[in-house]
Design a protein around this ligand. Structure first.
Ligand code: ATP
Ligand code: MG
Length: 329
């Protein structure tokens, strides 16, 4: 099925070997590389690298020339897209059942806004409700805490096997390049061990970019690198029918006018870090904020099939829950 690297113009067996050594195993992967990277990998000039990427893109696109009817697409979506419940039924009903597979969902919020807790609840629910495994890339040390997953699982009477969760720890992720490699490590492990992974969490996705690209003059490079990551994650989401959940930090906005603009766009007075590339690449964008000592708010602010909607939720010892249900107790 599909095309192989040797089908790309200008690529012979020796070049394939070099590409595979660098972790590039498919035409789709090759098509999402930047020419600067490819020129380093192959030791060719930028023009040659650009030509190779262009023919890989063309080949990948030619494969997509099959035309479907809207009915085909609807049936395909109904048969394949699964939803991972969030633990909060009000949020699930907004999300038509939960966080969908085959998509990238981005959770934005400042510290303590519930990003990591929600991701942990999704891991537990993916294992229990979908019967599939989960993968977690930790980019900030000490934030992936297995005992918290056990606590959430036991609250719903689920016997969690921690071996069902693949983890890439933060000590391996210093830069965005390491992060990209982590996707490939997970894919490699899935293929080698035949693992069916239904959810990949990157917590925090924005942190390595924020640390690595510090100056304003680096913004174009940062955007290009984020695009490359999103390209790879999109492929993983559809190839393995996986839900991809990324967390993103937000920055303070000093003036009231821009704050208002942010509220209109994202539901909250903070600006997502990572700029427009990040915002455009996620399919479902959700901003989170802590509104009271024991209450949080999620705003689904950009989705292809859901209007902007705000929902309240709680974070309890048991996990993510509805406000009304936890109040009634
Ligand atoms: P950061 O940007 O710093 O990573 P975050 O958005 O990921 O922040 P979380 O780690 O999800 O924030 O934490 C949100 C809140 O969840 C914490 O401030 C805490 O109040 C609550 N919380 C954490 N663990 C528990 C628990 N076991 N029981 C109840 N509440 C908890
Ligand atoms: Mg966190």
């Amino acid at each position: 099925m599909g095309v192989s690297l040797t089908d790309v113009k200008g690529i012979g067996p020796a070049t394939v070997e070099k590409l595979e050594k660098a972790g590039i195993k498919s035409v789709e992967q090759l098509a999402t590389l930047r020419k600067e990277e490819l020129s380093k990998i192959l030791g060719v000039n930028l023009k040659q690298a650009g030509d190779i990427i262009q023919s890989a893109k063309q080949l990948a696109l030619d494969q997509l020339l099959e035309v479907y009817t809207a009915e085909d697409i609807k049936r395909y979506r109904q048969e394949n897209i699964k939803r991972i419940p969030t633990g909060c039924s009000a949020l699930d009903s907004v999300l038509k059942g939960g966080i969908p597979t085959m998509s990238i969902t981005v959770l934005f919020g400042e510290y303590a806004s519930g990003k990591t807790q929600l991701c942990k609840q999704l891991v537990v629910n993916c294992l229990k409700q979908l019967g599939r495994k989960a993968a977690w890339i930790e980019t900030e040390p000490g934030t992936f805490i297995p005992e918290r997953l056990e606590e959430m699982a036991s609250a719903i009477g689920y016997q969690l096997d921690l071996n069902d969760i693949i983890v890439v720890p933060a000590r391996l992720i210093g830069t965005p390049y390491n992060l990209f490699l982590a996707y490939e490590m997970i894919e490699h492990k899935m293929q080698k061990l035949g693992l069916d992974v239904g959810l990949l969490v990157v917590d925090s996705f924005s942190a390595p970019f924020r640390k690595h690209y510090t100056g304003r003059e680096q913004l174009p490079d940062r955007s290009a690198e984020i695009s490359r990551h999103m390209g790879k994650l999109d492929i993983l989401a559809s190839k393995y029918n996986m839900a991809i959940v990324l967390t993103g930090q937000v920055g303070d906005i000093p003036d009231a006018g821009s704050q208002l603009h942010a509220v209109v766009k994202t539901g909250h007075r903070k600006n997502p870090v990572g700029g427009n590339v990040f915002l455009h690449s996620g399919t479902y964008l959700i901003s989170l904020i802590k509104t009271k000592t024991d209450e949080w708010e999620a705003c689904v602010f950009d989705a292809p099939d859901i209007p902007m909607t705000k929902v309240q939720f709680r974070i309890t010892r048991e996990g993510i829950r509805d406000v009304s249900r936890t109040r009634a107790r």
